[in-house]
Design a protein around this ligand. Structure first.
Ligand code: HEC
Ligand code: HEC
Length: 212
């Protein structure tokens, strides 16, 4: 027995350790694979580089809890896709596990992989950018959006066309979020343009490379 045990225990231990490792890694690895597959098959055409010209949000690097919340809201109809209503049927086709898997996958992706281009050399860019920064600071937007307060999503570097659309939806009441309508009530056209230029232009500061 003395001869068997010292041999047996380490091997047994190793087998247990390997089994335990699988038990920990496999569900996550499977979920990641599933999330990637869902994204490639069902989402990339609108939210990835193929959908750059569409008024769709960039989802790469978004807070996973926000992704889950918004997909669940689309699924149950408490948020309506104002553009093509397609998000409602797409989300309705996802199980809760699918939603978790795709949110986890997207949260882990690098937003710089989305090839947004910003024409920062255009006339008036700098002026609009600094005026937008001031309005953003005066309205205290960062209080919620830079600390995930009230589950406010990341918006820095978001696509300009989508930011414009989302702000209009809050202003008109088509979409509801804490304080948003009140904050935007007295904004002029110029305020909207400036703040969108600032938020989308913040990609410049995110080391996405000089071409972006
Ligand atoms: C046909 C194009 C299309 C496809 C395909 C699509 N989406 Fe969307 N998605 C949209 C549009 C348009 C919006 C913005 C709707 C609005 O705000 O009115 C949106 C919004 C979202 C939002 C809200 C993000 C935010 O910042 O508020 C999430 C999350 C989302 N989509 C996830 C997904 C996922 C996950 C898939 C794949 C399972 C997917 N979408 C497939 C068009 C699409
Ligand atoms: C009290 C917290 C709070 C403040 C302050 C706030 N927001 Fe929001 N904002 C939110 C929440 C929460 C959402 C997400 C709503 C939802 O889940 O649909 C949101 C959503 C947005 C969106 C849509 C993003 C997306 O991915 O769909 C934009 C754009 C936005 N806010 C811009 C602003 C700007 C600009 C300001 C300053 C004028 C501001 N917010 C101030 C809480 C806040």
């Amino acid at each position: 027995m003395n001869k068997i045990f010292p041999l047996f225990i380490p091997r047994f231990g190793r087998a247990v350790a390997i089994l335990m490792l699988f038990a920990v890694i496999t569900p996550n690895a499977l979920a990641d694979g599933r999330g990637a597959q869902i994204y490639q098959n069902q989402c990339a055409s609108c939210h990835g580089n193929d959908g750059l010209a569409l008024t769709t949000p960039v989802l790469h690097g978004q807070e996973p809890v926000y992704l889950v919340r918004s997909l669940t809201a689309f699924k149950h109809g408490s948020r309506i896709d104002q553009i093509m209503t397609s998000m409602n049927s797409i989300a309705a086709g996802l199980s809760d596990e699918d939603i978790l898997a795709v949110a986890r996958y997207l949260a882990g992706q690098d937003p710089c992989e989305i090839d947004l281009e910003i024409d920062y050399a255009r006339a008036g860019f700098r002026e609009a950018f600094s005026a937008g920064r001031q309005t953003y600071a005066a309205s205290n937007c960062g209080h919620c959006h830079e600390s995930f307060h009230h589950y406010a999503p990341r918006i820095m570097g978001q696509k300009a066309s989508y930011l414009k659309l989302a702000l209009r939806q809050f202003q008109s009441g088509a979409r509801i979020a804490p304080m948003m309508a009140r904050l935007l009530e007295f904004w002029t056209e110029q305020d909207f343009r400036n703040v969108v230029t600032y938020i989308s232009g913040m990609r410049l500061m995110r080391a996405c490379g000089s071409d972006h």
